[in-house]
Ligand binder design. Structure first.
Ligand code: NAD
Length: 337
């Protein structure tokens, strides 16, 4: 599907946003990216991601804040945008303990501004936005996959609460104004060009520097790690299947194969060819024990089927990480170079 005006991708300098933009551009779509380059993590990495898009494609980047309703309305209505992939947000669970208002700003006000812009334009065909596995709250290891129709009433972090709020705000806009929307619950996304605040990324850096790593939850956590290319398959697959008028769907995009934290570390050690020095630490406030995606809904809709195992994905991440260091190291890689 390449017709129908440019796609607006919010958070286009971010990990997932830049990868989704790249896929859309590669298939001939026009993409307008919006990002305000928050300094939550090293901005050099965001600049480098955007430079890849600008160097290789006809990519238009707008630097601005999604929490500005005027900017959003102008971008959507003024450019004939019919499809929106809204990925900008203040991410991170632990950071929300220290910086709650960053989440109010980007995740609540920002999400509302995107909804309002879509409503005012009146002709947006599909608004796809990022939610998170964190909305499911605390679950034990070894249960069954989390299903979208389960009640999600007990978020354990403010981040999760804002993501659940985005889902509820979206439902109200679908009901009131007939908007067509898909909320995507991503499960721990990793890979090249990833986020330095995430465990696998920080562990790689510390292992290479010979520094100890802090293993939270005493290592007894499990995550449904999902490789970035699989996530992009899911996002673009859903984007291409707009729902009916007034329909708001929620879909997991995960790997459906939870892996223990210690196994993830062992995979990283093998790929790096070095042993980690591990310091066992208790669970951190806001963290959950386990995540596990049931992916039958997105599979039925789009044929989604994750292809990259954790071992393959970590190897690709490490290859990228080491090549960045070889090239002199930029941003988060500078310390190791
Ligand atoms: P990211 O931090 O790399 O990307 C988010 C981007 O949004 C950043 O470039 C940031 O500068 C931008 N941004 C933040 N606030 C903004 C604002 N007010 N105005 C404009 N731009 C703003 O994070 P990511 O991992 O790419 O995540 C993308 C989306 O997926 C987020 O909504 C996140 O909550 C969600 N998500 C990610 C994961 C994961 O494992 N990476 C898991 C679940 C959900």
């Amino acid at each position: 599907m390449t017709a129908g005006g440019p796609v607006l991708v919010t958070g286009a300098a971010g990990f997932i946003g830049h990868a989704v933009s790249e896929r859309l551009l590669a298939r001939g779509e026009r993409v307008i990216g919006l990002d305000n380059f928050t300094d939550y993590y090293d901005v050099t990495l965001k600049e480098a991601r955007v430079a890849r898009l600008v160097d290789n494609f006809d990519f238009r980047l707008v630097r601005g804040d999604i929490a500005s309703p005027e900017l959003l309305a102008e971008l959507v209505a003024g450019n004939g945008v019919r499809r929106i992939v809204h990925l900008a947000a203040q991410a991170g669970v632990r950071y929300s303990i220290e910086n709650p208002f960053a989440y109010e700003h980007s995740n609540l006000k920002g999400h509302l501004a995107v909804l309002e812009a879509a409503r005012q334009a009146g002709n947006v065909e599909h608004l796809v936005y990022a939610s998170s596995s964190s909305v499911y709250g605390e679950r034990p290891i070894g249960g069954t996959g989390f299903r979208e129709d389960e009640p999600c009433t007990a978020p354990v972090s403010l981040y999760a609460a804002t993501k659940r709020s985005c889902e509820l705000m979206s439902q109200s806009y679908a009901t009131l104004y007939g908007l067509r929307m898909s909320g995507l619950r991503f499960f721990t996304v990793y890979g090249p060009w990833g986020r330095p605040d995430m465990a696998y990324f920080g562990f790689a850096q510390k292992i290479l520097l010979g520094q100890p790593i802090e293993v939270y939850g005493e290592g007894r956590m499990a995550r449904d790690f999902t490789y970035i290319d699989d996530i992009v398959d899911g996002v673009v697959g859903v984007l291409d299947k707009p729902p009916a008028d007034g329909e708001h769907r929620l879909l997991n995009i995960g790997d459906c194969d939870p892996v223990g934290l210690m196994e993830m570390i062992a995979t990283l050690e093998r790929a790096l060819g070095r042993q980690a020095v591990k310091l066992m630490r208790p669970m951190q406030p806001g963290d959950v024990t386990a995540t596990f995606a049931d992916i039958s809904a997105i599979r039925a809709l789009t044929g989604y089927s994750p292809k990259v195992s954790l071992a393959q994905g970590i190897e690709r991440f490490v290859d990228w990480y080491l090549s960045e260091i070889e090239q002199g190291g930029r941003g988060p890689m500078a310390a190791v170079a």
